[in-house]
Write a protein that binds this ligand. Sequence first.
Ligand SMILES: [Zn+2]
Ligand SMILES: [Zn+2]
Length: 598
Amino acid sequence: MEIVSVAVPGPWWTDLSYTHGYPLPPGIRVRIPLGASSRVGLTAVAEEPENSVRPDDIKEIIDVIDRLPPLPDELWRTICWFAKTWFIGKGMAAKALLPVPFLAGEPLEEVCPGPRTGSSSVRYVYEPRDSDRMAVYRDILTASEAPLLALFPELSAAKKFWDMLPAPVKEEGVLWPDLSKGKQWDFWKRSRKGEIRFAVGCQTASFIPISGLSTIIVDEENSGAWKTQKHPLFHHRSVLAARAGFAKADLVLGGRMPSAKVFLQIGRDNVRSRIRDRLIFVDMRDASSYSSDGIKDRLPISRPLIRETRNSLEKGRWVFWILDRKGYAGEIFCEDCGSPVRCPKCGGVMRWEDKTGRLRCLDCGSVEPVPEKCPTCGGPFLEGQRPGLEALEKHARSLFGRDGIILFSDDGTKIPSAASIMKNYPEAGIILGTRKILSLTDDISPGTVGWIDADAEARVEEYDAKARAFSLMWESAWRGESPDSRKIVIQSRRPEKNWQQTLGIGWGHFWERELQERMEWELPPFVPMLKIDIPAFKRKQLAEDLEQAGFDYWESEDRSDTIWVRTKKFDALRKTIAPYFDIKNTRSGIPRITIKLD
Ligand SMILES: [Zn+2]
Ligand SMILES: [Zn+2]
């Protein structure tokens, strides 16, 4: 009997040991007994034999599903690399990158792809106009007959690119997001057999087993949309870049601006686009502002913003006003004692929503009526602070009439589709919303974009807040069709601030200053940061272990179950924390790690 290591999806790192009549190569699906039921796992190369288990205690593999490794070698190696680098088990890594039917053990035809020879290269396509960039991608796709993935962070962009392709070329490929879940599995299998030459898609198409993969195009590699929303949290670009390496495929990275990591590679020579002459900075301290009933702070709506809005509307063009504050006011305070009205259930901050006339807790979501008097001192006067989108809507209506003002309140509702907006408002109008409305620019190219409170966009206390705000404003200047006639109005309390000024001269200048700062502070991309969420009662022990191993770490002050580590030594860190990821910890709780690489 042979001992076989099997990786099963789960929060632990441990590969489980089973016996089988003959040795199995790595990456094969097997059905194994686990607890009272059975699961599908992948055979793995044992990194360290589990010395605590004796062969007699080990159960037998129930069933071997594949005779040959079912994934292309490059994809299997990508999964193993992903697991190691992101501090997760191979089983979970496979689950994150592969479709559900694969790990349910659905049968697959045997294919035997030959290894690809050749070498990989990296090409950079940083063009601010979407149409210019897509033309480059189209030329790459049509010039070669080799298998290719063209990946976009959002559906609308993938569709736009697909529409640019000549009809005969489309027949060799597939537009991935147009497929239902069942069809996706069908096409996943077909791509594996070499029946599909290329796929145009988003996140879901990133790890299809396309046979003989020779080029991966990643558009808008700097976009936050490439980040996953649930555990394991990762950025697709990083894993796709590794995949290109394993596949010996060419990697094409593009976008309106590069990420910090790519900027370090290419420098600022590539900068060729400026928006200085269509950028209007307004100092909010001098700007006209409007008061809202029951709210202390005023909303700045400057003359330049009103002028540009009017200009665009007169030309029949759309206007976007962006404010990242939902509801009517951010909070309600007592005028007498100054205390904020807090959530009676959890003590969280309560947002005032006018639509419902209620307060909503930002932490637990509980909804309460606006109290008649101060819950702390009984004072009768309560007033709001930091006016939000609902307050902005009232002013927009009084300034520009009642028609053609569309509010996207971002309270869990979906953004209306561009098609429905254009149908209901054929004469154009003003769209108010959070930064999410930027995705509408793919189909509705605005004549003016107004950032109502540009400082607020970078106020969150994270090291990359400025970079995210910069790239959003840069995006608002370029995304969509014919952006060159679009005006960008930035209302700010400190328009002389470095990062906002660099908008006028381009991302090269922005990244140079920003990265200088991050280098001095030893922040990503220079030194990665890792957030470890761990059951609170284990935190002290973990801190001691990190201390002993000489890591730079700190315990979060807000959360009793979080530790931050700053290190480049991933291998050493993995050794130090491995005991916490043993399957024995399943009951007491296994930590989760989030990595910030750039
Ligand atoms: Zn009070
Ligand atoms: Zn609450």
